[in-house]
Ligand binder design. Structure first.
Ligand code: AMP
Ligand code: ZN
Length: 473
C-alpha cells in the first residue's frame, strides 16, 4: 500500500511500525458549533482509510479527539477561545456548549456510518497529561515561563517547519507585528495560558489557566497510541500551525519520531470557496437529511473524490450519489432473489474469476494512495458483469459476499435507512396471512413485491418474520 506523506511530500510505501497493526490519530471537531460537511469530508477520509486497512486484515487502533477548550479563533494564540465565544453568545456554560455540539457530531457520525474510533478523548479530561508534557518541555529547555504563561521556544527545535515547509526565516519575513512582547520569538506558541476572565480554568504549577490547542493533541495521542505511531490525519488547514506544533512538542518531549505518515484532506468547497463556519457557507449532515437526501448518498458523495483534491460540493453530486447507490442496491436485490430461488450448484470458473479479479483490483486501486475513483469504477464494472450473468444460487451468494466485502470499505449499503416503511410492513403482514391460509403462490408473489422495493422478509423460528433492507446482514 502506498500513501502520500505530507511530511516527505512523496508517495511512499506504507510500512507500519508493527506488522499487522496500525495506530492512527485524527484531529476531531472543535465542539463550538454543528460540524459541517467539510469537517465530515476529513473525518470520512480517516474512516475510509481505517476501513481499508481493516479490509487488508490490519488491526487499527484509532483515536479521535474532541477539542472542548483552547482552540482560539486564529488557530494560533490570538482571538477568543471558540468555545468560550459560543458560550457567551448563547449565555451558556462552555461545558453545555461542548455537550450540545459533541452530541450533534456523534449523531451525524452515526448517520454517516463512521466507525467509532476506539476512543474520543476530550481535551478537558486530559489537563493533567498536558501539564505533565509541558513540565517535560520546560525541563528539557524547549519551553519557558513568563509570569503565568508558558511558551514553546521554536528556535530550540531544529526541525520546526519540516511538515509545512514554513521555515522560521520565511515566517519572520512575512510576520505581522507581534503584539505579544512576552514571546522570545514571534513564532513561539502558548502551551499554557493565563487569563483570569477565561470561563474554563485549571490549577497548574504556573497558576490558574488553560492549555493551548496544540498541546492537547500531543498529550492525548501519546497517552493512547504511545509517543511514536503510524498515521495522523486532519484537514489541510491543520498542517500549519497545528500539526507543525504537535511535532515540535511531541518530538522534543519524547526524543522519538512522532508520526510516520501524515495524511491531509483537501478542503470541501461550496461555490468555489472553502466551506467554513466563519464564511457561513455551510451545510450540516442533519440539514441535508432534512432536505430529503439519504444519509448513505451523503456518505458516498463525500468519499467519492480523491482526498488530495478539493471536492466541490453540489446538490447534483448528491443526486448522482443516490443513483449510484441505487445501482448497487438493484444488483443486490437481483442476486438475493437468485440466491433464494435458483438451483444450488458449483461456482463456475468464470464467476470465480469475476469476483476474485474484482476484489484484487479494488484492493490495488485503494492501495494506490486511496484511489477511490478507480475503486468505484472497479465496483461498477463488477455490478455490470454481475447483472449480465446467469447463475446458480451458490454463485449469487458468492457475488453478494463480494459486494458486502467492498461495502465493508465504502460503508454505503450498511448506511442505508433501515427503518421499515409502512407499505412494506403491510405487505409483510399480507404475506403472513397468505402463508397462514397455505396460499403459497400468493405468499411468494408478495415476497417478490417486497424484494422489488429493496426489502427482504425472512421467516424466524416460531412463525414470526423479520423484514430487512436487501443486502443488510
Ligand atoms: P475544527 O472543528 O475546526 O477543529 O475542524 C475539524 C476538522 O475538519 C479539521 O481536521 C479541519 O482541518 C477539517 N476541516 C475544516 N473545514 C474543512 C473543509 N471545508 N473541508 C475539509 N476539511 C475541513
Ligand atoms: Zn489536533
Amino acid at each position: 500500500m502506498k500513501l502520500y506523506n505530507t511530511l516527505t511530500r512523496k508517495i511512499e510505501k506504507f510500512k507500519p511500525l508493527q506488522q499487522g497493526k496500525v495506530g492512527m490519530y485524527s484531529c476531531g471537531p472543535t465542539v463550538y458549533s454543528h460540524p459541517h460537511i467539510g469537517n465530515f469530508r476529513s473525518f470520512l477520509v480517516a474512516d475510509l482509510l481505517k476501513r481499508f486497512l481493516e479490509f487488508k486484515g490490519i488491526k487499527v487502533t484509532h483515536i479521535m479527539n474532541i477539542t472542548d477548550v483552547g482552540h482560539l479563533v486564529d488557530d494560533a494564540d490570538e482571538g477568543a477561545d471558540k468555545l468560550e465565544e459560543a458560550a457567551k453568545k448563547q449565555k451558556k456554560d462552555p461545558l453545555e456548549i461542548a455537550k450540545v455540539y459533541t452530541d450533534s457530531f456523534l449523531q451525524a457520525s452515526k448517520l454517516l456510518n463512521i466507525k467509532p474510533p476506539d476512543k474520543y478523548p476530550k481535551a478537558t479530561e486530559h489537563i493533567k497529561e498536558m501539564i505533565d508534557m509541558i513540565k517535560i518541555l520546560i525541563d528539557k529547555g524547549y519551553a519557558y515561563v513568563v509570569g503565568n504563561n508558558v511558551y514553546y521556544d521554536v528556535t530550540k527545535f531544529a526541525n520546526y517547519g519540516q511538515l509545512s515547509g514554513n521555515t522560521l526565516d520565511d515566517l519572520n519575513a512575512g510576520a505581522r507585528i507581534e503584539i505579544n512582547e512576552e514571546k522570545k520569538h514571534p513564532q513561539d506558541f502558548a502551551l499554557w495560558k493565563h487569563d483570569p476572565k477565561h470561563l474554563q480554568q485549571w490549577d497548574s504549577p504556573w497558576g490558574k489557566g488553560f492549555p493551548g490547542w496544540h498541546i492537547e493533541c500531543s498529550a492525548m495521542s501519546s497517552k493512547y497510541l504511545g509517543a511514536e505511531f503510524d498515521i495522523h490525519t486532519g484537514g489541510e488547514d491543520n498542517i500549519f500551525p497545528h500539526h507543525e506544533c504537535e511535532i515540535a512538542q511531541s518530538e522534543a518531549a519524547s526524543g522519538k519520531k512522532f508520526v510516520h505518515y501524515w495524511l491531509h484532506t483537501r478542503f470541501l468547497l461550496f461555490d468555489g470557496e472553502k466551506m467554513s463556519k466563519s464564511k457561513g457557507n455551510l451545510y450540516t449532515i442533519q440539514e441535508l437529511i432534512e432536505k430529503g437526501f439519504k444519509k448513505n448518498a451523503i456518505r458516498y458523495s463525500l468519499i467519492s473524490s480523491h482526498y488530495r483534491q478539493n471536492y466541490n460540493f453540489t446538490f447534483d453530486g448528491l443526486k448522482a450519489a443516490e443513483q449510484a447507490i441505487d445501482k448497487i442496491q438493484q444488483c443486490v436485490i437481483r442476486l438475493e432473489d437468485i440466491r433464494k430461488t435458483a438451483k444450488q450448484g458449483k461456482i463456475s470458473e468464470q464467476v470465480q474469476k469475476l469476483f476474485s479479479d474484482c476484489l484484487a483490483e479494488f484492493d490495488n486501486a485503494l492501495s494506490d494512495d486511496l484511489n477511490i475513483s478507480k475503486a468505484l469504477a472497479v465496483c461498477f464494472d463488477f455490478i455490470r458483469e454481475a447483472n449480465k450473468s446467469d447463475m446458480n444460487s451458490a454463485e449469487a451468494s458468492a457475488l453478494l459476499d463480494t459486494i458486502s466485502k467492498i461495502d465493508s470499505v465504502l460503508g454505503v449499503l450498511e448506511a442505508a435507512d433501515t427503518e421499515v416503511p409502512e407499505n412494506i410492513k403491510e405487505l409483510a403482514e399480507k404475506r403472513k396471512a397468505a402463508k397462514l391460509n397455505k396460499d403459497w403462490k400468493a405468499a411468494d408473489a408478495v415476497r417478490a413485491e417486497i424484494l422489488a422495493q429493496g426489502w427482504t422478509v425472512e421467516d424466524t423460528p416460531g412463525g414470526g418474520y423479520r423484514v430487512k433492507r436487501a443486502g443488510e446482514v
